[in-house]
Design a protein around this ligand. Structure first.
Ligand SMILES: Cc1cc2nc3c(=O)[nH]c(=O)nc-3n(C[C@H](O)[C@H](O)[C@H](O)COP(=O)(O)OP(=O)(O)OC[C@H]3O[C@@H](n4cnc5c(N)ncnc54)[C@H](O)[C@@H]3O)c2cc1C
Length: 428
């Protein structure tokens, strides 16, 4: 499905222009019951209505990444008229959601809320891939080398929640997966839940399904309108009317809301390397090997793209628009050394692909979801802190409930509130 600038095509092929959106919004908001609420009218009932009634959004979701894409889809499925606006398009390589794959794990130490959310997200990934008719989740489990204290904490959480796991010695790991070498560790947690999810492909799929359900996808740059202005947002400098706007702009949030988010989120650079398998050798594929995390780094098994290895890098700030996306030679060297240590059979294999992206790190690694304190028609969601992609379907479910004036998780509401997040303390 093609997404053109300021125009998207619904499933019936009708083109919805921005003028329609602007012209129809005032009437529609009144019909929908006023700002911030929308009738739970089935999507099908609106398809086929005059363009002026189809085009105006109850909700503008800005950002088609893990937070915004899934929320737009969940809102559309709840009957809302939704515009999903992204400056570069769903799955774009500048976005934090733009890599090939992301890990889904349930182990979060004592932070049980995320274990609960990850388990729910896994169930939703399974449902969604069936709904979408394409595979997005690859259940291969994970191995995690941990300190004795971290392991005890994790076991307590898993035991309390009834989540299955094993604790293996390094030599047991080597015996079970001879393509790995974890012999230096005494205790490794093996979590059979979780696995790998496709990243950019999933976000493109979400955007396509959203449009098939009657949602409108637009390419453009949206910005909040200052207090007292004709809000709530502009699109490429022109006023864009909508009931509520959700800014789910990941690492761009500090640029869009410098005063509010400038000190609450930092965007350090990360480099990812994919190492190829030997020709015809399936041992490193997800069907045959779990993902790893140890004191050096973490990896994801090969899902059609090579074994993924994250380089270790101190926090170097990166601008999501203009940041250089070429990998560093010294980190490639570090990755080769790690491969020789942990995957001896891949020692001589080439790096076949790389990705450079930025994390949007909050002060305490909890997500941020809240209404803007001065602009009541604007919501903000982000601060994924290196662990939000897996939660995408769950984030969509949760955020859709919040934007409809409900909540399905009071603990999350408190944890993700702006007031629970202070400024990042920089190390000097
Ligand atoms: C290297 C790395 C590894 C990670 N590993 C994992 C993992 O294994 N498991 C996991 O769960 N999570 C992981 N994460 C975290 C996860 O990928 C992110 O938290 C998540 O993808 C962030 O999604 P987002 O929607 O907040 O932001 P993004 O995906 O960045 O989306 C924001 C979107 O907003 C758009 N945008 C920005 N400004 C504007 C504007 N003004 N107007 C219109 N559009 C705009 C952008 O184009 C972009 O598409 C990792 C992150 C990184 C960087």
């Amino acid at each position: 499905m093609t997404i053109s600038k300021h125009a998207a095509h619904g499933p019936g092929g009708a083109s919805i222009g921005r003028r329609d959106v602007l012209a129809g919004t005032a009437a529609l908001m009144a019909a929908a019951g006023g700002t911030g609420t929308f009738a739970a009218e089935p999507a099908a009932a609106r398809i086929g209505a005059p363009a002026i009634l189809r085009g105006a959004p109850d909700v503008a979701v800005i950002g088609a990444g893990a937070f915004g894409g899934w929320t737009a889809l969940a809102l559309r499925e709840a009957g809302a008229r939704v515009a999903l606006i992204d400056a570069y398009g769903a799955g774009n390589p500048r976005a934090s959601s733009g890599d090939e794959s992301r890990l889904l794990r349930l182990s979060y130490g004592s932070r049980a809320i995320y274990t609960r959310w990850a388990a729910r997200a896994q169930a939703l990934w399974e449902q969604r891939q069936t709904q979408f008719g394409r595979r997005l989740f690859y259940p291969n489990g994970s191995l995690r080398a941990m300190s004795a204290q971290a392991l005890a904490e994790q076991r307590a959480t898993f035991d309390a929640m009834g989540i299955a796991y094993d604790v293996l010695s390094g030599s047991e790991v080597n015996h079970r997966w001879p393509q790995l070498d974890m012999s230096e560790y005494d205790a490794v947690l093996y979590e059979s839940s979780g696995g790998v999810v496709k990243a950019r492909e999933a976000m493109i799929a979400v955007s396509e399904i959203f449009q098939q359900a009657g949602g409108t996808a637009l390419i453009g740059r949206a910005l909040p309108v200052a207090k007292g202005g004709p809000g709530p947002i502009t699109l490429d400098g022109n006023s864009f009317a909508c009931g509520v706007a959700l800014f789910a702009c990941g690492p761009w949030l500090p640029k869009i809301f410098p005063q509010l988010m400038g000190e609450r989120i930092i965007t350090p650079r990360r480099e990812i390397f994919y190492v190829g398998s030997p020709m015809g050798d399936a041992r490193y594929r997800w069907e045959h090997v779990p993902n790893l995390a140890d004191t050096h780094t973490y990896t994801a098994a090969d899902v059609d793209y090579g074994t993924k290895i994250a380089a270790r890098l101190h926090d170097v700030p990166m601008d999501p628009d203009s940041g250089d996306r070429e990998p560093s030679a010294f980190l490639a060297r570090q990755v080769r050394d790690y491969v020789a240590l942990r995957f001896p059979g891949l020692r001589d294999q080439p790096i076949v692909a790389t990705r450079v992206c930025q994390v949007e790190q909050s002060d305490n690694a909890h997500y941020i979801v809240d209404r803007h304190p001065d602009l009541p028609e604007i919501w903000i969601a982000g601060g994924g802190s290196g662990h939000a992609f897996k939660m995408g379907p769950r984030l969509g479910e949760y955020l859709a409930s919040r934007l409809q004036g409900r909540s399905d998780d009071a603990e999350a509401d408190a944890l993700f509130a702006l007031s629970a997040h202070g400024p990042i303390r920089h190390e000097h």
